[in-house]
Design a protein around this ligand. Sequence first.
Ligand code: EPZ
Length: 416
Amino acid sequence: MDKFIINGGNPISGSVDISGAKNAVLPLMTAALLVDGETTINSVPDLRDTRTMIRLLKIIGAEVAFKNNSLAINASGVNNLEAPYDLVKTMRASFYVLGPLLARFGEVRVSLPGGCAWGPRPVDYHLKGLEKLGATISLESGYIMAKAKYLKGNKISFDFPSVGATGNILMASVLARGETRIENAAKEPEIVQLCEVLNKMGANIIGIGTDKITVHGVDKLHSVDIDVIPDRVEAGTYLIAGATMGDITLNNCNPKHLEDVIDKLKLSGANISSTENSLSIEKIELVEAVDVTTEVYPGFPTDLQAQWMAFMSIANGKSTIIDTVYHDRFTHIPELNRLGADIQLKDNKAIVNGVKKLTGAQVMSTDIRASAALILGAIMAEGKTEISRVYHIDRGYDSIEKKFQSLGADIKRINQ
Ligand code: EPZ
């Protein structure tokens, strides 16, 4: 398992290109299963998760070519309606094949996704929604079996605006008979792009970007060419790096997707300027402590909660961080404390007492975003940090060490 060696304290400067969004491209890849033909997707990040999804699509029988960040997915020859356990257990987003395969073929068998480092990740909203569309769902030795002679539109209301469940139900309902109304739908930019792409394929979706989406089912969808939106979570990660270690510019990002993050960074003292597709941030001399409560979009994203905690660990004063999306997403606290941070957890509230400086140590990645937080802590820290299990970070960040090296950080990958 690879690890990173980071010697902290280097100022960073220059510009970095933000990659396509992981959480947009994964559902777009499974949406290609809805089309009896070829779908091309550009600006695809080269990640463990996108490569896992490519393997899954090939197991299902699609032809997939990936070159120069472009994917060509031909789903005409799909012949195996099963997503196997040993693949699904490594990536929860595999569950996104459920909706499209059920919609196009009337049956599908998907292994139940396991939990993750920070706790259970249920899929009850996905299953209840598909039952509302007329599917028969059963659980057989850890696999979800879903069957439907045909899907029929219905009204579906989520207890929580789940990104994944909204995505799955959208991909199921576009080929259902009649009208589906999704209430309390997720409004994340990644779901907005999925709706826009499905409409480009010939679907009929209205209310895009709101929490009330209406889908009028159609008979068939056709091939399209897609450009993935920039990754707002990757962009937020580099913004925090710039706020602490030096003036940097992010190219190919969408400031509109980061409004709450930009507001909080300005409250902490950051000087940020933006154009339509770039963001520049200057190093803050004295970081003000700013409380954050994560919310569904357009609130502060849970996927930047760990990175914000690393940032607040060297702020001037005390801050609190609450995660309302995942109440137990705090496995990064003990690792940040090993770097000298002073963070306590009470229920789903972290109390961060800012310290003057962090000090390098051996730490361990536990999930994608916790790993990003440890990299941020390590580049701020005095001395050497060794981060193990970096396969977590490779799941969600394209060439992160190369991008940080190009900004002047002293970070090396040790292949083990
Ligand atoms: C997506 O996960 C993202 N993953 C996550 O990013 C992100 O943290 C999450 O949305 C929230 O924004 C992808 O897009 C691939 P949810 P998802 O369904 O769809 C509960 C990263 O680091 N829930 O919106 O799985 C659930 O337990 C990853 O890139 C149910 O109870 O998230 C959670 O508390 C991590 N039942 C809340 O809803 C369900 O059936 C939000 O989950 C589904 C969800």
